[in-house]
Design a protein around this ligand. Structure first.
Ligand code: G3H
Ligand code: 13P
Ligand code: ZN
Length: 346
């Protein structure tokens, strides 16, 4: 099966009332682990690459790895998506490379740090839609800003400012109407990376999960039941994965992620794409550290990359089951980008 337009995967998820994990990749091991997990759970899946990932993998390698992935698992619907595109040019490059979906993150300016104006966001999103839709390519946009700049895709807002940059449901309705975007990333208090919260229990001092504005998701879904929402920064940052890292020489104090129960609540209310990167990074790092710590004599990369791939696989399987995509790979006949061209012409 060739790569599938992301729009179809999200439309089908909406019909089935489930969410689909969008997993970030940089290398072969992550792609193999995701595909193995999708195969074993019979899940449609979204594989995404950031600008950093494209730079790291030198684009052509990533493209060829994805070709191998769909060839090995022809029965699994897979969309290849650009994560956090910062300009029309980046989106164009991804489309030329064969991505079936792009995100234009116009919530931030091209530097991927400074919050954009609503008008600026609208303008760049429209430009990408004009480029992508005639080619059948799906477009995700973002309204409202994620906090944190740990990975260069956030506004680095203070706790107080995060509130002011949450997605406004009325503005979201207007934005979707004006742009015709396929999926909308919403800011509800999540952020990228392993440190999503500075909230502490006043008695125990324990870090608490971030306070999420789930009411915004509920309100957006009420206003636009057909809008596919995207939750960025959705890693759960499981303590057991962080503990492995710390046990074997790592130093990651005070991490906190998004509880799976919160993500499931989002899915019940119109979230269709759930972005996860950090959890796979944690699993991989912990597995590699363990080998280095326990078997310092090892120097064959396969001795630590194999356990790393297996640890990532476990995360993907768990997320696919939790988000509800498991069991749905065979539900539909895949569309092509050509099919989508006529869909967007209407
Ligand atoms: O959106 C953020 C993803 O975790 C990608 O991060 O830019 O470090 O590859 P990255
Ligand atoms: P995490 O850092 O929570 O995995 O979020 C990833 C993400 O949103 C990619 O766009
Ligand atoms: Zn993101």
């Amino acid at each position: 099966m060739p790569l599938v337009p992301m729009r179809q995967i999200l439309d089908e998820a909406a019909k089935g009332g489930y969410g689909v994990g969008a997993f970030n990749v940089n290398n072969m091991e992550q792609i193999q682990a995701i595909m193995q997990a999708a195969n074993d759970t019979n899940s449609p899946v979204i594989i995404q690459a950031s600008r950093g990932a494209l730079k790291y993998s030198k684009m052509i390698y990533l493209k060829k790895l994805m070709e191998a992935a769909v060839e090995e698992y022809p029965h699994i619907p897979v969309a290849l998506h650009l994560d956090h595109g910062n300009s029309v040019e980046t989106c164009k490059q991804a489309i030329e490379l064969g991505f079936t979906s792009v995100m234009i993150d116009g919530s931030l300016k091209e530097d991927a740090k400074t919050p954009n104006t609503y008008e600026g966001n609208l303008e760049i999103t429209m430009k990408v839609i004009e480029l992508a839709h005639p080619l059948g390519v799906t477009v995700e946009a973002e309204l409202g800003c994620l906090g944190g700049i740990e990975d260069g895709h956030g506004a680095g807002l203070s706790d107080k400012d995060v509130e002011a940059h949450l997605t406004d449901p009325a503005q979201a309705e207007e934005f979707v109407k004006q742009t015709g975007v396929d999926a909308l990333a919403v800011a509800i208090g999540t952020s990228h990376g392993a440190y999503k919260s500075s909230r502490k229990d006043p008695v125990t001092g324990e870090v608490l999960p971030p306070k999420l504005a789930m009411d915004r998701i509920i309100e957006i879904h009420k206003r636009m039941p057909n809008c596919h929402m995207v939750m960025h920064g959705s890693s759960s940052v499981p303590q057991e994965l962080v503990d492995i890292i710390n046990k074997y020489g790592g130093k990651m104090p005070g991490t906190k992620g998004i509880p799976l129960e919160e993500i499931k609540k989002g899915i019940e209310n119109g979230v269709r794409k759930v972005n996860v990167d950090t959890d796979s990074r944690l699993a991989i790092t912990g597995a590699i550290r363990k080998v280095f710590w326990e078997q310092p004599e090892k120097f064959d990369p396969r001795d630590y990359l194999k356990p790393a791939r297996e640890a990532a696989y476990q995360v993907y399987v768990e997320r696919m089951k939790a988000f509800g995509q498991a069991g749905h790979a065979g539900d539909y006949k895949p569309l092509t980008l050509d099919d989508m061209k006529s869909y967007y012409k209407k």
